[in-house]
Design a protein around this ligand. Structure first.
Ligand SMILES: N[C@@H](CCC(=O)N[C@@H](CS)C(=O)NCC(=O)O)C(=O)O
Length: 212
């Protein structure tokens, strides 16, 4: 059985949600941030020292995108949550699946870091970080304002990848979604999904909240 090593309030929320949407059995090992980074027991599992990490028999794997690909190809015989190459929205599926961790999450982290440094607004690094974050947020707003889900009409793994950056990560790097009606509606749709609710129910057990 798959083991998911889950650091609470982290990107490993995705893996629990993915398994819940696929109705895939898994064992969950929960770690608390110590106080902000991962604890030594989690760090010992993989050179990445960060969550998510999964184990599947002798295999230990880190990195959200790699774990998604592993689970979706090895443990998903009916190809649920995946758009096939023959479908017209296959490129959209691929783009948003990779956009989540290739663009949006890094842009958010850079934006959060420069905000913490409290540099002057006109500083190049501040302008660059702000511009790439706003651009990435704008891409999402436009997409989910026009389509129910990122790949189009169907809920897919791309949605499971992106949502942690729109929800949980805002507890660490607050940003305002006022006026982002597309994203607000999208998050409401996400919140109504049984798989999402089950994942939160399991992953948030004993959650200590965001460390300061
Ligand atoms: N790109 C990696 C990022 C992993 C990552 O940064 N995880 C954070 C949680 S969101 C973590 O474990 N932080 C604690 C630490 O690095 O000690 C992935 O998606 O798996």
């Amino acid at each position: 059985m798959l083991i998911i090593h889950h650091l609470q309030r982290s990107q490993s929320e995705r893996i629990i949600w993915l398994c819940e949407e696929l109705h895939l059995p898994y064992e969950l090992k929960i770690y608390q941030r110590a106080p902000l980074l991962s604890p030594p027991e989690l760090q010992a599992l993989h050179p990445s020292k960060s969550a998510p990490i999964i184990q599947d028999g002798p295999i230990t794997l880190a990195e959200s995108g790699a774990i998604f690909e592993y689970i979706l190809t090895k443990h998903n015989p009916t190809s649920t949550l995946v758009i096939p190459p023959s479908a017209p929205n296959y490129p959209d599926y691929l783009y948003y699946l990779h956009f989540a961790n290739g663009t949006f999450q890094p842009a958010l982290v850079r934006y959060g870091l420069v905000k913490r440094l409290d540099l002057p607004e006109e500083e190049f690094s501040v302008r660059l970080a702000k511009r790439s974050f706003e651009r990435a947020l704008g891409i999402l707003e436009e997409r989910v304002g026009a389509c129910t889900w990122l790949a189009g009409g169907e809920f897919t793994a791309a949605d499971v990848m992106v949502v942690v950056s729109l929800k949980t990560m805002r507890e660490f790097i607050p940003y305002d979604l006022e006026g982002f009606v597309g994203i607000q509606g999208y998050l409401e749709r996400v919140g109504r999904r049984e798989g999402y609710r089950r994942a939160k129910g399991r992953g948030d057990v004993g959650n200590h909240g965001v460390p300061t």
